[in-house]
Ligand binder design. Structure first.
Ligand code: PGA
Length: 221
């Protein structure tokens, strides 16, 4: 790899990822940092618009998100599937149903992510396409807080399946079997097209697309 050729010993790597990717990326940093102990990493987690803002200000080496922007000019590399699923309390009556028509979601108290969230944008697109107006009960800017709200019986939501990877669907939160789900999203690693990547950034990008991807696929879904 590039790293071996150049004898990578130390360096600084700055990454910003969307909130859904925080369920995967920190775990992948473990083996990478063990291999390159001199590399120091700063990882920022924000929503889709937060990532775009940092990208436009050239704040980081690499970014991870689902919707690749048209502007500014970026190079993008497909990384991992990020399916969006309908989540409900395990005791919810719909948890036992199969092939729930998507229209039924309009009947349920709904917990939505904040505006600026890519997850929210995907959900909005699907709802618009099916002319569904959700009964929004609450808006929360945190996947974890939404999970807690679901566990507390406040309503249902649509989040990345990665948000429940650690506990699985066997815990307090169930994945509902709704028609048109999961929404098939995909994460991309991107960087400014005009930016010369550092050896560390190039090495991490390679790692993500090969071993990192493998580890994530083996340890998630
Ligand atoms: P977000 O993530 O909801 O945290 O903005 C969206 C994405 O996957 O790009």
């Amino acid at each position: 790899s590039v790293a071996d050729m150049k004898g990578l010993k130390q360096g600084y790597l700055k990454i910003t990822v969307v909130t859904t990717a925080k369920y995967v990326i920190p775990r992948l940093l473990g083996p990478f940092c063990q291999r390159y102990p001199g590399v120091e990493i700063s990882l920022k987690v924000t929503n889709h618009s937060g990532v775009l803002e940092r990208l436009s200000e050239n704040k980081d080496d690499l970014y991870i998100l689902s919707q690749v922007p048209d502007e500014p000019d970026v190079k993008s590399h497909p990384f991992l599937a990020n399916p969006l699923v309908v989540l409900a309390n395990h005791d919810h009556p719909l948890a036992k149903e199969k092939n729930i028509p998507i229209q039924q979601l309009a009947e349920q108290p709904f917990i939505t992510r904040e505006s600026g969230s890519g997850t929210r944008a995907y959900v909005q697109q699907l709802f618009d396409a099916h002319k569904i107006t959700p009964k929004v009960k609450m808006e929360l800017a945190s996947n974890e807080a939404i999970k807690q709200a679901i566990a507390g019986g406040l309503g249902i939501s649509i989040l990345s399946r990665h948000t429940i990877a650690l506990e699985g669907a066997s815990g307090q939160i169930a994945i509902l079997d709704v028609e048109n789900f999961p929404i098939p999203c995909h994460w991309y690693v991107i960087h400014l097209a005009g930016k010369q990547l550092s050896v560390v950034a190039q090495t991490f990008l390679e790692y993500l697309q090969t071993e990192g991807k493998q580890i994530a696929e083996d340890t998630t879904w």
